[in-house]
Design a protein around this ligand. Structure first.
Ligand SMILES: [Zn+2]
Length: 171
């Protein structure tokens, strides 16, 4: 009987462990400092300190973590942006700025990709750094992206961005 009870306790403890592990995905959002430390001491640039091809990038009061090992060009956590210069350095100026503006769009508009795309092209038009030709470069840049439930295919995103770019009302 004692043995049984013990196994039950071990079983319950084991089940709790199993249940507890997936919670890592729901960890509280890291601070820029926590993220930077986690990726081996990446630099954190204060708001307005980041320059892409000599142009100062601003996203409200959000800092940018410079992570050369990020598996993408850029990323966003609520409260800060991440840029990977190793990849971003390979693309043209308007594409660089679009990447930053897209991640900034996530800061102000949430996780939806189309909405972040729209935010980026409208910001580019408003600030004068994104022309029709620049938008073509952005479209070329994202065209290889495969569609998924979360990310629409490149051509689909592009079609939507062209509409946004032409739309005088801010979305
Ligand atoms: Zn995005």
């Amino acid at each position: 009987m004692t043995l049984c009870l013990q196994s039950l306790v071990v079983l319950v403890a084991g089940a709790m462990l199993v249940l507890a592990s997936p919670c890592f995905a729901d960890d509280p959002i890291p601070t820029p400092e926590e993220y930077a430390a986690h990726v081996g001491g990446a630099p954190i640039l204060k708001p307005g300190e980041l320059k892409l091809d000599g142009r100062r990038q601003v996203c409200g009061q959000r800092p940018t973590v410079i992570d050369n090992n990020l598996d993408d060009y850029g990323a966003a956590f609520p409260g800060f942006l991440i840029i990977n210069p190793r990849l971003v350095d390979r693309v043209s100026t308007p594409v660089k700025m679009w990447i930053y503006a897209h991640e900034c769009g996530h800061q102000f508009r949430g996780p939806d990709e189309e909405t972040a795309d729209c935010f980026a092209v409208q910001r580019g038009r408003r600030q004068g750094w994104l022309t029709e030709e620049g938008l073509d470069e952005v479209c070329k840049f994202i065209s290889p992206a495969k569609g998924s439930s979360m990310h629409l295919s490149g051509s689909h995103r592009c079609e939507y961005m062209r509409k946004c770019y032409a739309d005088p009302t801010i979305r």
